[in-house]
Design a protein around this ligand. Structure first.
Ligand SMILES: NC(=O)c1ccc[n+]([C@@H]2O[C@H](COP(=O)([O-])OP(=O)(O)OC[C@H]3O[C@@H](n4cnc5c(N)ncnc54)[C@H](OP(=O)(O)O)[C@@H]3O)[C@@H](O)[C@H]2O)c1
Length: 256
């Protein structure tokens, strides 16, 4: 096996939550390009179908699984179905991260619980149950998509950092607990990426002076620029990388 072969995901089965568009789709594409069979999750069947067709059109293997990650029964059914049909699950990318940009003072209790449920608790239960499947093959890759908001906070964004910093903590405790079973657990912290969710901000010329001042790369990240980090952490090339946060932000968080 050459060093480069270690990036191959041939015969691996991966689940990417929120993989129908944005960063999740770029990650799903990269894992499929490397040889994995990728199960793409999201709530909108039409979006998933388009994503799966685009991956299959490039000769790679993918399928759609529509469910809300916050639905525990749907989570359990999805994992059981993957194991029944594929006999394994090697890679889980917890990519779903709903946004609700408001100051904390404007969040009522239910709104706090709703965001935490989708952005943190869902990844917690899905990872725990996926790890049980991975343990059976003594191999696994758990990847959490956190955010630079896992390090820093922004005015008017009260709860999201809590979820992302909680996800970082989850990632580390899983690294310690599941490491002895051949499972690694890591995170990717994206900076500012021009996905659909940020389309209006990314198109706002008035914001560009701030972008150029705060991001050494002088621009928004392109969604495909997240893929390499995910491919590395999902592969055998990262067999001794465990409990790490790989920041992909053009240098935004290291600039004074
Ligand atoms: N873009 C950035 O600049 C940036 C920066 C830092 C961190 N991040 C993180 O990166 C991840 C992806 O961000 P993105 O910008 O690519 O997001 P996005 O464009 O909003 O895409 C999110 C995806 O998740 C799916 N989704 C949303 N809620 C879901 C749920 N409850 N159950 C299942 N699927 C759900 C959406 O599809 P449906 O609507 O069909 O379900 C969609 O495919 C998130 O965790 C985000 O917090 C992004």
């Amino acid at each position: 096996m050459t060093r480069f072969d270690r990036f191959s995901l041939k015969s691996r089965v991966a689940l990417v939550t929120g993989g129908g568009r944005g960063l999740g789709l770029e990650i799903a594409r990269a894992l499929a390009d490397a040889g994995a069979h990728v199960v793409i999750n999201g709530r909108t069947a039409a979006t998933l179908e388009g994503a799966v067709n685009s991956i299959r059109a490039s000769g790679c293997s993918a399928e759609a699984m529509a469910f809300d990650v916050a639905d525990r029964t749907a989570q359990r059914d999805a994992l059981a179905s993957i194991e029944r049909r594929h006999g394994r699950l090697d890679i889980l990318v917890n990519n779903v991260g709903a946004r609700d940009r408001r100051p904390l003072a404007e969040f009522d209790d239910d709104a706090i619980l709703t965001l935490i449920q989708t952005d943190l608790i869902a990844a917690t239960t899905l990872s725990r149950d996926a790890a049980a499947i991975m343990k059976r093959n003594e191999y696994g890759r758990l990847i959490a998509i956190t955010s630079i908001n896992g390090y820093v906070a922004m005015p008017g964004d009260g709860i999201y950092p809590l979820a992302k910093q909680g996800l970082t903590g989850l990632m580390r405790s899983m690294a310690v607990e599941f490491g002895p079973s051949g499972i690694t657990s890591n995170a990717i912290a994206p900076g500012w990426f021009a996905t659909e969710t940020n389309a209006a901000m990314a198109a706002d010329e008035d914001l560009m002076p701030f972008v150029r001042q705060r991001i050494p790369a002088q621009r928004w990240g392109r969604p495909d620029e997240i893929a390499g980090a995910a491919l590395f952490l999902a592969s055998d090339a990262a067999s001794f990388v465990n409990g790490h946060v790989l920041t992909v932000d053009g240098g935004m968080t290291v600039r004074m």
